[in-house]
Design a protein around this ligand. Sequence first.
Ligand SMILES: *Cc1c(COP(=O)(O)O)cnc(C)c1O
Length: 211
Amino acid sequence: MNAASSVGRSRSEITLIAVTKFFPASDVQTLYNLGLRDFGENRDNEGADKSALLPSDAHWHFQGQVQSRKIKSIATWAKTIHSLDSLDHAAKFNEILESPERATEVERDFFIQVNLEPERNDRGGVAPSDLENFLGSVRKFSAVKVSGLMAVLPIDLEIEKGFEIVAGLQQKYDLAKLSIGMSNDFEAAILAGATHIRVGSSILGSRPTLT
Ligand SMILES: *Cc1c(COP(=O)(O)O)cnc(C)c1O
């Protein structure tokens, strides 16, 4: 990956997540056969269906808005949740992940979604000004291990500026991971320190529309 080497970062520090939402499981299988192992979905039902059809060493990422009633299912197939933004949801994930029948399973990894447009709250995410409290409160849920921040940039915010804000918050709160960058801005995201990039249309082409 050229963007990585140009800033002295190794390709192995960056996880490429193929965002397969709206694409059929057969396309995911093709990517798997090509060697990809990380796949991202926005909806529980799609992720549950496709993950059941793929080999078990595929690593599924959930990056859509979390709905309370879907948490139990999401926790079964998604190993990494990028879009945690509610303490109620954290409590629910914790309860499910701590239940005795799951005790031996691998742990889940969480990213907190940051809202870079806090004056609008329809897209989800924790406002930067609330992040400190959120991180403090989420610590009491021992099965909800927060390792990073995730953001989707608002369209009207300059890319470099947006990434700089999130990377600054990641450093301020000493978190290891940063999930930023999509098809049209993943190179800038890598320059800004992304550890996870979520790329859909650059890999799979434009998404089929939902029927
Ligand atoms: C759809 C989506 C992506 C991938 O977008 P592309 O522009 O197709 O790369 C990444 N992150 C989130 C949260 C998404 O919803």
